[in-house]
Design a binder for this molecule. Structure first.
Ligand code: SF4
Length: 239
């Protein structure tokens, strides 16, 4: 029996991408999408993964059986979502994946920082979303108090020594330039030197108003980048 099945509910999978070179930059990875997320970000690209139970879930043991056939063909498995750390079964799922010889990565919004000390030893890479300044989080996530944990998660990640990337999705209705500049200051104070900005794209977004406000996506100009780089020198835009 797989570890995740032995100690409780197995990891709930809302989908799988068999091959990606972008979800863990520089690695050939499969992407396993966690079902469920407690936040309600307007710009979410995977709103069908927000409900705790999905309509098209994959069985975790079946995903593992498939991953066995990928041995030698893929380097890594990245857990994305949804919010992978929302599921207690993630730790066992990471162990299952490492036991097959794959490196492990996760995309997380840092929603559950107290779970990270248990998870980080099982991870080779983390893509951490820092969505806004702490005060501006509820505007992005539609959840009160959601800004409390992400910077704690960042500090834990930095202390762990696990390779990671800090990313922010940019839609100017949610993260206008003044918020981004404040965030750049906060990140610099936290010791962040490299920062990936992901311009909003309409693809997958179910929020009509956000799509209408940026029908061709968000454009981040050089003047703004210059102001952000005054605080965090390694800002890149990943289109
Ligand atoms: S935290 Fe991520 S998965 Fe959850 S609603 Fe926001 S964008 Fe979607």
């Amino acid at each position: 029996m797989h570890g995740s099945a032995a100690s409780g509910a197995p990891f709930r999978v809302g989908g799988v991408v068999p091959f990606s070179t972008t979800d863990w930059p520089g690695r050939l990875a499969a992407v396993v999408f966690a079902q469920g997320c407690p936040w309600r970000c307007g710009y979410c690209h995977n709103p069908h993964l927000i409900p705790a139970q999905g309509t098209d879930e994959r069985d975790w043991s079946g995903v593992l059986d498939w991953l066995r056939t990928r041995s030698g063909l893929l380097e890594a498995v990245v857990f994305s979502g949804g919010e992978p750390t929302a599921q207690p079964a993630l730790a066992d799922a990471l162990r299952d994946v490492r036991a097959l010889g794959f490196a492990t990565g996760v995309h997380t919004a840092g929603i559950y920082p107290r779970r990270l000390p248990r998870l980080l030893p099982q991870l080779d890479w983390v893509g951490l979303d820092i969505k806004a300044t702490s005060a501006a989080y509820p505007r992005v996530t539609n959840v009160a108090g959601s800004g409390l944990g992400a910077f704690v998660a960042l500090a834990l990640l930095q202390q762990s020594g696990v390779a990671h990337e800090v990313r922010t999705t940019v839609h100017f209705a949610l993260t206008p330039p003044d918020v981004l500049e404040s965030l750049a200051r906060d990140l610099a104070l936290a010791g962040v030197r490299d920062w990936v900005l992901q311009p909003f794209r309409t693809q997958g977004c179910a929020d009509v108003a956000l799509n209408a406000a940026a029908p061709h996506g968000t454009t981040i100009d050089e003047a703004l980048l210059g102001r952000l780089r005054a605080h965090v020198p390694g800002v890149v835009v990943r289109g």
